[in-house]
Design a protein. Structure first.
Length: 289
């Protein structure tokens, strides 16, 4: 097994290789003047199990093309098996045609992954109607979760917590984490008027005045839902709010806005950011064993 760090997976790949005592090599990725991607493997991979580690954030489309190019090239160079570890995987939210003429991007990216790879491992994929990866990919697939890592962090660092899910989509996250922590939880009911206009309220009465509020979701993107939830909690007497997420996408200055609203933000390092305090290296390593 050889661990290959793709351009947005280097921060994880090095640690995974160290934990597994496997060789690590960086994938050399450059661009032509017209922005086309050029890549090269810097070690002989013939006859080996190549593990590509990538996280699809920032220039997402470049990450997709780079990964597909790397997988195809690895096969062409004689790799006996190619596995993709996707710390954060894109294009899963468009899993149906909601309006006439729309692309169902989930199907399109799945077809490309199936063609070029032998196995895919994804940390906490953002699934909606499709509940398992087996319904998406034809190749071997594995879904792993950073839930327990977040739970362990809360147990060690936050006293007297109560878990709040910022919307119904986060229900499973809030419930599972609260059960493992051994604390109460509630869900915010969300009414969305537009991508940036969201109103929320608690779905049940719960004592929050003397608690440390913990909001948990699989990802924080713009943070607008969390901002509305924090405002609602503050009005109900909440003093300390900590927002947890597996994937800290944190676009449009989301981290700064959440901090300004009085919240502490903590994520895993599936996507590197200032709030990434929880390492998923061992989680990935265990999935590869």
């Amino acid at each position: 097994m050889i661990i290959i760090g793709c351009s947005h997976g280097i921060h994880l790949a090095k640690n995974v290789a160290r934990i597994l005592h496997k060789p690590y090599h960086k994938l050399k990725v450059t661009h032509f003047p017209d922005s086309e991607i050029k890549l090269r493997f810097l070690t002989d991979i013939k006859g080996t199990h190549v593990v590509l580690v990538q996280s699809f954030y920032g220039n997402v489309n470049d990450c997709v093309v780079e990964t597909l190019f790397a997988a195809e090239t690895a096969k062409d160079l004689g790799a006996k098996k190619v596995t993709l570890v996707a710390a954060y995987f894109p294009y899963l939210r468009q899993d149906a045609r909601f309006k006439s003429g729309e692309c169902v991007s989930l199907r399109t990216i799945a077809k490309n992954i199936d063609e070029d790879l032998d196995k895919i491992i994804i940390i906490d994929p953002h699934l909606h109607r499709e509940k398992t990866l087996k319904h998406i990919f034809k190749i071997a697939s594995k879904k792993i979760s950073a839930n327990q890592l977040i739970v362990d962090y809360i147990k060690q660092n936050i006293k007297n917590p109560v878990v709040i899910g910022p919307d119904w989509e986060s229900y499973k996250w809030a419930q599972k984490c609260a059960e493992r922590i051994g604390c109460d939880f509630a869900i915010m009911e969300k009414t969305r008027y537009s991508a940036r206009d969201v109103k929320v309220q608690l779905h049940k009465k719960i004592d929050i005045a003397s608690k440390n509020l913990v909001m948990i979701d699989d990802m924080i993107s713009t943070g607008h839902t969390l901002l509305e939830a924090i405002k609602a909690m503050k009005k109900l007497g909440a003093k300390k709010v900590t927002c947890f997420a597996v994937h800290g996408i944190l676009v449009e200055n989301a981290l700064q806005k959440l901090r300004k609203a009085g919240a502490t933000v903590i994520t895993t390092n599936t996507i590197p950011n200032e709030a990434a305090k929880i390492d998923v290296g061992r989680l990935i390593s265990e999935a590869l064993q």
